[in-house]
Design a protein around this ligand. Structure first.
Ligand code: GDP
Length: 296
């Protein structure tokens, strides 16, 4: 297994015990270990670089208090900055708009988009007593539409009846109309995914966004994707202006570096985490927990 950051830093810093404050040389030695820890946790390289610069600035000149070791002190500075980066100004999914509130779910195929759509719908319905309608816009994969309908039945949330031959935009319009007429509070649009980011996928999602004017655009992303997470997050945010992230597979054995990369690159809050395949395995994001995991 990985050495924790605490163990690594004990090695390089604890010889400083009893000295007054951390010098630039001490900090730069410590930062080599921090860098290694972040890269092993699969945080993207440019994100690591920026993060290290911020932390170094705080650590140089910091007074070493007698009650803690220099290693513990640096770990605390790193941990606090990590929590801050991951979680500053995080807000839950917002429904503060006129009903039916449109929520657009976007992401790559296999990221867990459809599952997360159904999980979130169930949560809004069960916890917040909202009447939710879900619609799949994946016109190229009838199986994806079927999957959402099956999950809807499973969680007791209505799905828009499937009509073949309609475009994604037409389905979105039909969903909004049905939600209005049916007195729904929320309408969730599960857009089509692809295995990689491509222009056609983005163009379609942009059109859907235009006609549906969503209150939230949530990017569903796999926490285990590591370095690719940055490319994905950047592309979706640039094209669509996402309002938040839902990270899936946080129950897997990844170290969670993708969370930091995506948060740092988009500047958008992580609103939800998926922690399993079951329909109730959706939680609010807890920056402390992910920070702990990233640092090992
Ligand atoms: P989509 O192609 O993005 O719509 O992906 P799906 O929603 O079909 O999910 C793909 C697979 O990932 C399914 O087997 C899901 O059960 C699984 N999955 C989704 N979210 C999670 C999660 O948070 N944890 C785990 N372990 N599996 C998940």
């Amino acid at each position: 297994m990985f050495e924790t950051l605490q163990e690594r830093l004990s090695g390089v810093l604890d010889k400083l015990r009893g000295r007054g404050s951390l010098s630039e040389a001490d900090v730069s030695e410590a930062m080599r270990e921090v860098r290694r820890a972040l890269l092993e946790a699969d945080v993207a390289l440019d994100v690591v670089r920026d993060f290290i610069a911020r932390v170094s600035e705080q650590a140089v000149g910091a007074t070493v208090v007698k009650s803690v070791t220099p290693g513990q002190m640096v770990v605390k500075i790193v941990h606090d900055e990590l929590v801050n980066t991951l979680g500053a100004d995080n807000q839950p999914v917002s429904l503060a708009a006129a009903a039916p509130v449109p929520i657009l779910m976007v992401g790559l195929q296999g990221s867990g988009k459809t599952t997360t759509t159904a999980k979130l719908a169930k949560r809004l319905q069960d916890r917040e007593k909202k009447k939710v309608l879900m619609a799949s816009l994946d016109t190229r994969r009838p199986a994806a539409m079927e999957q959402l309908a099956v999950l809807g039945t499973q969680v007791g949330v209505q799905t828009l009846p499937i009509v073949t031959g309609q475009s994604a935009v037409q389905i979105a319009q039909r969903a909004l109309q049905a939600a209005k007429l049916g007195g729904y509070d929320v309408v969730m649009l599960d857009t089509a995914g692809r295995t990689t980011v491509d222009d056609e996928l983005m163009a379609e999602a942009v059109e859907v966004k235009k006609v549906s004017n969503p209150h939230e655009v949530l990017l569903v992303a796999d926490a285990l994707t590591g370095q690719d997470a940055v490319t994905t997050a950047r592309a979706f945010d640039k094209a669509l202006g996402i309002t938040g992230l839902a990270l899936t597979r946080v129950d897997g054995d990844g170290r969670g570096g993708a969370a930091l990369s995506m948060r740092a690159v988009t500047g958008k809050p992580i609103k939800l985490i998926g922690v399993g395949e079951k329909m109730d395995a959706l939680e609010d994001f807890d920056p402390q927990r992910i920070a702990g995991r990233i640092l090992g």
